[in-house]
Design a protein around this ligand. Structure first.
Ligand code: IPM
Ligand code: MG
Length: 373
């Protein structure tokens, strides 16, 4: 296949964002070099760093740069420095705004246990089994995007947040999720709170209606409290989990813990076909780890892998990187946040260095690894 040329907007953000993103960029650069692709990285200010520099977590230039790119790689945002700002002015507001502005209503979070990391899952071996599922979280609606009000002060203060969903919003995410399920194991679990919430009741009706168009997919509806429990009891029962914005936020952190660490899980946020998708690890900016060269870069590296696969159609390259990571993990190499007693602990940059060496080795000994390159 001829090499591709792509522009990638890079929003490193705050805390460990810059370090994990730099690791992912190194891997993408190795990929470009080895497979004759051309990736151009354009960096833009975002989050707390952008508040400090421009007084705005999502400056116009950043948004324009993202719109003009083929894909966006984001690190993480937020930190104690900006925690006292009012809600709409915080780094998180920039994240919600970029999702809205770019029409990113689909959020895909693959939860896949790496075999070498079975030991760091909090679940016993037989319980975690071969956990490999996808959470599809609606990302542009729900209580995160309704009105947020906080009135008064002291004992008289009160607050309200409004949750809203329309049929169209539910239908488009449901169609995407059913499509994913069709290409996987054809099981879809839709999660809501239809025994209490009107938005959930509409959600359930709409998902049931859309299901008729995907007869090969088996659908099940779970209340969110039960879903949280089922994830711990028997994660291997899930194939595709479809849910709204808030439930997806919460369940994806729980699911990440099952796979060993939130530091391992990537995500893709996308909208309509042909528009740039955004890739980011699901972890936060982890201020206590920042600047120490210890934070696991895998969430960001797997986000880059997801970009290669989903936005650029580079499946071979994606597999090449995943195999290198699995080799490094098989050898017992770890950063301390994903360590276990028998592991060989490395700094984050040494860890990335080992992955890069494996990538190189796999090409040099391509026949040994079965790479036809
Ligand atoms: C996530 C994060 C964000 C969210 C925050 C930082 C606004 O938790 O991507 O899961 O809630 O969506
Ligand atoms: Mg979250």
């Amino acid at each position: 296949m001829a090499g591709v040329t792509k522009t990638i907007a890079v929003l490193k953000g705050d805390g460990i964002g810059p370090e994990v993103t730099s690791a992912a960029i190194q891997i993408l650069e190795d990929c470009a070099k080895s497979f004759e692709h051309k990736f151009e990285f354009r960096e833009f200010a975002f989050g707390g760093a952008a508040i400090d520099q421009f007084g705005d977590p999502l400056p116009d230039d950043t948004l324009a740069g993202c719109r003009a790119s083929d894909a966006i790689l984001l690190g993480a945002i937020g930190g104690p420095k900006w925690d006292s700002l009012p809600l709409g002015k915080r780094p998180e507001a920039g994240l919600l705004k970029i999702r809205k502005e770019l029409g990113l209503y689909i959020n895909l979070r693959p939860i896949r246990l790496r075999p070498a990391l079975r030991g760091i899952s909090p679940l016993r071996r037989e319980r975690i089994a071969d956990c490999d599922f996808e959470i599809i979280r609606e990302l542009a609606g729900d209580i995160y995007f309704g009105a947020h009000e906080l009135h008064g002060t002291g004992a008289k203060a009160y607050a309200r947040d409004v949750a809203e969903y329309s049929v169209a919003e539910i239908e488009r995410i449901a169609r995407y999720a059913f499509g994913r399920a069709e290409s996987r194991n054809r099981r879809l679990a839709s999660v809501d709170k239809a025994n209490v919430l009107a938005t959930s009741s509409l959600w359930r009706q709409t998902v049931s209606r859309v299901a008729a168009d995907f007869p090969s997919v088996t659908v099940e509806h779970l209340y969110v409290d039960n879903a949280a429990m089922q994830l711990l009891l028997k994660p291997a029962q899930f194939d595709v989990i479809l849910t709204g914005n808030m439930f997806g936020d919460i369940l994806s952190d729980e699911a990440a813990a099952l796979a060993g660490s939130i530091g391992l899980i990537p995500s893709m946020s996308r909208g309509r076909d042909g528009f740039p998708a955004l890739y980011e690890p699901i972890h936060g900016s982890a201020p206590s780890l920042a600047g120490k060269d210890i934070a696991c870069p895998l969430g960001s590296i797997f986000s880059a892998v997801l970009m290669l696969r989903e936005s650029f159609g580079l499946e071979l390259e994606a597999q090449w990187i995943e195999a290198a990571i699995d080799h490094v993990l098989d050898h017992g190499f770890r950063t301390i946040d994903i360590s276990e007693p028998s592991a060989r602990n490395l700094t984050a940059s040494e860890f990335t260095g080992h992955i890069r060496a494996e990538l190189h080795d796999a090409l040099v000994h391509s026949e040994r690894y079965g790479w036809g390159v």
